[in-house]
Design a protein around this ligand. Sequence first.
Ligand code: MN
Length: 420
Amino acid sequence: MKIVHFADAHIDISQSGKVDPITGIPLRVQDFLRSLDVIVDTAITEKADLVLFAGDAYRDRTPLPTYQREWEKRVLRLSQAKIPTILLTGNHDMPKSSTKAHALEEFETLQIPYIHIASKVKMLTPHELGLPIQVITLPWLYRSRTDMYRQTTPNALNDLDAQMEDAVSEVLNSFLTRRDEALPTILLAHAAITGASIGDERELMLGGDFQLPPGLVKDPRLDYVALGHIHKAQNLNGPGPDQDNRANNHPPVIYPGSIERVNFGERSDAKYFVIADVGVGVTNIEWRKLVNVRPFIKCVIKIDPATHPTDQILANLPPREEINGAVVHIHVDFPPGTQGGIDEGRVIDHCSNAFDLRFTTRMQREVRSRLAQDENTTAMSDLDLFGRYLDEHKNTAYDREKLTNLAMTILAGDAGGDAE
Ligand SMILES: [Mn+2]
């Protein structure tokens, strides 16, 4: 059974920037659509038996009609190729209220052949799928949409998570008990699994999510676990995509990751989708790298006041060839007094081939010197205090020696009292 698994398409997540004048679609949205096309083309040309999308089609649940059209075109190609396809709802696809429609609802309403929408916890049977396989679906679970939430107090969230975990474990078990053991079983879930590795800047986001323990999804009764939500590609039960194809434990528990870089936190992550050959007790996976993903470059440069700031910035930037077509963010931390010395024109010129350039500067925060515990300002002479002040303002253009001499003259005059 050949399965194509992808997740976190987020096709319209970056709508800003240049727009293609012919299609009217932002170039960044086209990046995401290009990845989506590779995945759909692969499923069709390599005759996949089943396509699994593990959630988060758009930026949110109210996509613009233009982006809906682009997503629908691709899904319709799978339908026309008669490939059963399951679209799972992720947190970005779902409203927090159960009375409102989710972002993929139209496929369900219009009953598009071969397209199955999974916005509920359920098991799609071989009969429903028309395939010798069963798929348990676990869409994103909003705490606020559970019955338990309505009975809980806000400060009992930990208890709520434990109850939700028990409920998921129970329902998963009941499906697994009822499954046809002669056929492979897949879990398709949009969820945060504890211990999954996340990109640099996503830690905070994950902190508040309801998380499932890895033990729950590594159940050997499952033959493949198709996950979505975390944008970094990884196998939670075996080696990742960047390692050699060593044997996986069973079942593979896969986050394929997002199909394009969503933000700078994903700048070092390669992007993938997965082809899995799923059988009872034996599953082989193949990571397919998406090769035309947009490069992201972030340079954080701390200016040393001893050298010319623009020269320092240019020396720290990647060569022009590397910047070509990339989304670039240059951040410069400069000490007080040097900002005026930055020639932004030269920096912008070096990055003229970038797809997009963000140039930000920030004054380094002056660290206020603290007095040591045994020090006391009243015990220090005025001249000592003035010396301490100068220590903290090293970068002023004044001559320290001249200032100190002047201070001594003033202080000496003060000590002598008023002559008048
Ligand atoms: Mn998500």
